[in-house]
Design a protein around this ligand. Structure first.
Ligand SMILES: Cc1cc2nc3c(=O)[nH]c(=O)nc-3n(C[C@H](O)[C@H](O)[C@H](O)COP(=O)(O)OP(=O)(O)OC[C@H]3O[C@@H](n4cnc5c(N)ncnc54)[C@H](O)[C@@H]3O)c2cc1C
Length: 425
């Protein structure tokens, strides 16, 4: 039996239902991508657009992981604060990381347009404070991003302005960004998969990569087949399960959960969240919420370090939501689900190579909707530029020295003497 998507509002409102085959037999590709979330799908799409033959191996269903379950908020920056990144890599590189995070938002919106992805994109996202310390933190954050990072799409809201936008008494301040936004994450992922498929990418579902034999090419093994590939992209994030322990040791899968109410109607959701923006507070264990395209409240929060969902998830999420929005106490919960985020120790993303031809991107630490698109694009660019630039050299014809290995030196001496004599004439 084929694996199913988790029973979520997203799966119930998915625009596409792909049914890709299981990998069987021996295959060859320029690039083999493992994992079909936003990271893997973007990398595959970018590479196929540049003419590479790409195979994607997905252990379950395309979009099955966090990309198909998430809160859907596409937000500037990375999970770790800029000040942390400054300490880790210095101010100049921290600025480059910041710029890439802003480019990641442009890339997401650009992909939606370019590939005509129907995923309910809405502009606007607010970070919320719940106490005076948060108010001060938001103000300092706002000043830092404007002054040191030239980021000018922000507004700082006091309690009254925040209350005007978020109909809850809980919040004391807000930092709003008109450049961030939110989307239906499964439909965005499936839209990328569709575009990649149309660009020639071969997808295989129920095809968990169980082992990689490193080399040039590398060979990837699934239960029923193999892929020999010049380059490999590992895009498994929190769901890698024993494939490369060196990578898994650097992230911790943490469960986070969402509930979706019944449809409430546009008028009601417009009152709960003015202009249909999305929101999250800035607590360590945060609440995140937004309204869906069909006007449900999608309310997320709670964490589980054991990976075991809270007892009676639906009730647990509902009571959290009603704490914030008592107006929703009678709203029926239609769905409750969870998924894993991959947290790194410093919350900074973990991208790199484990071999010269094996790339990975993981550790988005719960902040991956836009960042994963950048990760996929960067890995595709690395592979393409390495392969394309190198390939130019490969095109230059080189003939063997006359005489082969044994006689090449005397033959060369003879030839050089001839040219030297010719120079003298
Ligand atoms: C409930 C929830 C809410 C979230 N909310 C937000 C949010 O609002 N904003 C935000 O920015 N981020 C959010 N995130 C985080 C964000 O969703 C992730 O960072 C992002 O989706 C990770 O994408 P990915 O493509 O790297 O990995 P995934 O989407 O998890 O995809 C990995 C895929 O790899 C496959 N795989 C793993 N191992 C193998 C193998 N050996 N062989 C073949 N396939 C394999 C898995 O089956 C999976 O499909 C949330 C996450 C969760 C779970």
């Amino acid at each position: 039996m084929k694996a199913k998507h988790t029973n979520s509002y997203y799966a119930a409102s998915a625009n596409h239902s792909f049914d890709f085959p299981t990998l069987k037999g021996a295959h060859k590709a320029d690039v083999c991508v493992v994992g079909s979330g936003i990271t893997g799908a973007t990398a595959a799409l970018e590479l196929a657009n540049r003419g590479f033959k790409v195979i994607v191996l997905e252990g379950k269903r395309v979009g099955w992981g966090a990309s198909g379950r998430s809160g859907g908020q596409a937000i500037f920056g990375w999970a770790s604060e800029q000040s942390t990144l400054e300490k880790l890599v210095g101010k100049s590189d921290a600025r480059k990381l910041w710029d890439m995070s802003v480019d990641a938002l442009t890339l997401t919106k650009g992909n939606i347009k370019k590939y005509n992805i129907d995923c309910d994109w809405r502009d606007g996202m607010v970070h919320l404070g719940v106490k005076p310390r948060h108010d001060r933190e938001l103000k300092a954050w706002y000043d830092d991003l404007r002054e040191n990072y030239d980021y000018h799409s922000l507004e700082l809201w006091d309690q009254e302005q925040t209350r005007e936008h978020i109909a809850s008494d809980r919040y004391t301040s807000g930092m709003f960004d008109s450049n961030s936004g939110h989307l239906h994450p499964l439909n965005y992922t499936l839209g990328l998969v569709k575009a990649a498929k149309e660009a020639g990418v071969e997808f295989y579902e129920q095809s968990e990569c169980k082992k990689i034999e490193h080399g040039d090419p590398a060979t990837l093994f699934t239960e029923h087949g193999t892929v020999e590939a010049n380059h490999v992209v590992l895009a498994c994030n929190a769901y890698m399960d024993g494939l490369e322990t060196k990578l898994e040791n650097r992230v911790m899968p943490v469960g986070t959960y969402i509930c979706a109410t019944e449809p409430l109607g546009e008028e009601v959701t417009g009152q709960l969240m003015k202009d249909h923006i999305s929101a999250c507070d800035i607590n360590f264990v945060l609440d995140y919420f937004r309204c869906s395209g069909d006007h449900r409240m999608l309310f997320g929060g709670r964490v589980s370090y054991s990976g075991v969902a809270p007892f009676n998830l639906e009730k647990a999420m509902q009571s959290r939501m009603v704490d914030i929005y008592p107006q929703l106490k009678n709203a029926k919960i239609d769905f409750a689900w969870g998924g894993n985020v991959a947290i790194t120790l410093n919350r900074a993303p973990h991208f790199g190579r484990i071999k010269p031809n094996v790339y990975f991107a993981q550790g988005f630490s719960g902040h991956g909707i836009a960042a994963t698109g950048m990760a996929g694009t960067l890995m595709a660019e690395c592979i393409a530029t390495t392969a394309e630039r190198f390939a130019i050299f490969d095109k230059i014809p080189h003939h063997p020295f006359p005489g082969g290995r044994l006689f090449r030196t005397p033959a060369l001496v003879l030839a050089m003497s001839y040219f030297r004599i010719r120079d003298m004439l």
